[in-house]
Design a protein around this ligand. Structure first.
Ligand code: SF4
Length: 551
């Protein structure tokens, strides 16, 4: 079923609207935009802004940009204005959006499946060097983000990226974002199934298509056939998780409705087994439900998880089968528990073909353009043309002959990347934070990097899987609710009554084994200055008091 505000689907089933009358659900005939975002999306398809960027804005400059494009539609091409430098976190909530806007942009390059060739990584490195003041961050959704982008340079950047098969299409916005894929798809010796063909098919059929360019909110996809379950499937809008059906063999278990932010919710299984060749059709059916039945009245209730919370998995599956796929899905088994607590593939591992893949750890995802170029050169010098990014802000170099591994590891060390990092370097993630993000209240990346240094020197013997996730505001870009130690940035008073940066602490979250959200520890906040002491204390107590192999 297809429905757009311009072309309502005549056959949309009539349902009792009940208490959700007025949620702006298209399938119930509610096409009148109920907020400013819905209005600008209806006024003009957001993908159309590309033409204006190329023909008007890049030629006439920042001041020529229509406000609805600047703060709305340009996201569909991966562009956000970044935070004006020098505005402290106390002003985040009190200033108007335009007062926080810098005249420069963040640009997100989508890397579906986290797959990069040497040429693609070099291209990103060169774009960073030439147009982004050398900035580059590996995100926790396998993308790479650049900063300090001028609108005048955007067409040249697109030309450079698209020449090597990369794009920024629908990297942000209310549309299908990057498709997360297992970083070891097609190479891991223990793989259940390679989901790469499904990643490609969804990308080629639907990304940049106006069929799904106006969704109620962002839509996140994850596909992994690895027993490690390395795509944080529990917190995506849709996820396909590798599983072996007793009669039909390897395929995917379907999960729907996960998401974090202010109302975190783990995705739920629909109990359906999907063969590889049907993944893109099932994906389109679920996105169709979201487009047509998703709530469009309040941005804070628009993610698919809210519809799932109201419908439940049984009704969701029924609507998917009856109205979208027009056929029943096969029942299937649940996947096994993941085979490891570390799911980032850091270290040296054997591939199916006997070669090796080498995973290494940038600190909190921060790299830079010249370094990306050096990583590309290093991979090429060791016979590799393939790299991957992970959802833990890490990177992999694939296809390394065994006798090349030591030299590659030494080369990575010279660039500052460790293949056997401490648990702190390996397990700490940080979002963009106050350096560039307009919503941020506190610093994150530099704080995370210094915390790693402190913990490495204070606890050199600590050797447990551990995740420390740092957010710069109450949003959840760095997944604080799913970390052993989650730190949510906020302003607070120190002992002398001064307003300082600090964090609300969440403890005991996890994905994979024993998935669940961390508990907010009532009243427990730490100032940035106290953070290393606090984490050291928590880990010391944990080591003293843990039972058996308790997390
Ligand atoms: Fe920005 Fe907040 Fe997301 Fe961090 S968590 S990147 S501060 S919106």
């Amino acid at each position: 079923m297809a429905a757009t505000p311009e072309q309502p689907a005549p056959a949309a089933p009539r349902r009792k609207a009940g208490r959700h009358r007025g949620e702006g659900q298209w399938a119930l005939g509610h096409y009148t935009p109920l907020n400013g975002n819905e209005q600008f999306k209806k006024d003009d398809d957001s993908l159309n802004v590309r033409t204006r960027i190329e023909t008007i804005y890049s030629k006439r400059g920042f001041d020529s940009i229509d406000p609805n494009d600047l703060r709305g539609r340009m996201r569909w091409w991966g562009l956000y204005t970044q935070r004006k430098p020098g505005i402290d976190g106390g002003k985040t909530a009190v200033l108007e959006p335009e007062e926080l806007d810098d005249r420069y942009f963040m640009l997100r390059v989508r890397i579906d499946g986290g797959r990069l060739t040497v040429a693609q990584l070099r291209a990103i490195g060169e774009v960073s060097r030439d147009y982004a003041r050398g900035t580059a961050d590996v995100t926790d959704r396998q993308n790479i983000q650049l900063h300090w982008i001028r609108i005048e340079d955007v067409p040249a950047i697109w030309e450079k990226l698209e020449a090597v098969g990369l794009s920024t299409t629908e990297a942000c916005g209310d549309c299908p974002r990057v498709i997360i894929g297992s970083p070891v798809a097609g190479i891991a010796a223990d793989e259940i199934i390679d989901g790469t063909p499904a990643v490609d098919e969804i990308h080629d059929r639907y990304i940049g298509s106006k069929e799904f360019s106006n969704l109620p909110r962002k839509f996140k996809t994850a596909i992994s056939g690895s027993p490690v379950q390395d795509v944080v499937h529990e917190i995506n809008d849709i996820a396909f998780v590798g599983v072996v059906h007793p009669e039909h063999g390897p395929g995917f278990d379907l999960w729907v409705g996960g998401g974090l932010s202010t109302n975190p919710r783990l995705a739920e299984r629909l109990g359906a087994w999907v063969p590889l060749h049907e993944v893109s059709d099932v994906w389109a059916g679920v996105v169709g439900i979201f487009r047509d039945y998703g709530y469009r009245r309040l941005r804070t209730r628009a993610r698919l998880k809210f519809l799932m919370a109201d419908w439940g998995p049984a009704k969701f599956r029924q609507v998917l089968e009856d109205e979208y796929l027009k056929r029943p899905l096969l029942d299937g088994p649940a996947p096994e528990q993941p085979s490891s607590r570390w799911r980032d593939h850091v270290g040296v591992h054997e591939q199916q073909d006997g070669r090796r893949y080498v995973g290494f750890a940038p600190r909190v995802g921060r790299v830079d353009g010249p370094t990306l170029t050096k990583i590309a050169d290093l991979a090429a010098a060791h016979g590799s043309d393939r790299l991957r990014t992970t959802v833990e802000q890490k990177m992999l170099i694939l296809d390394v002959e065994p006798d090349q591994v030591d030299s590659l590891v030494a080369g990575l060390e010279e660039l500052g990347f460790q293949v056997k990092p401490s648990p702190f370097r390996r397990g700490t993630m940080a979002c963009t934070g106050i350096e560039y993000c307009k919503l941020a209240i506190v610093e994150t990346k530099a704080r995370g990097a210094s915390l790693i240094d402190e913990l490495e020197s204070r606890l050199p013997e600590f050797d447990e899987p551990l995740t420390i996730n740092i957010n710069g505001c109450p949003n959840a870009c760095a997944r604080i609710q799913t970390a052993d130690i989650g730190l949510k940035g906020q302003l607070m008073l120190d002992d002398e009554g001064n307003q300082v940066e600090g964090y609300q602490v969440h403890l005991g979250g996890a994905l994979g084994l024993e998935a669940g959200f961390g508990r907010k520890v009532r009243g427990l906040k730490v100032t940035s200055a106290e953070l290393p002491d606090y984490v050291e204390r928590v880990l010391g107590n944990f080591q003293k008091e843990r039972e058996d192999d308790e997390r």
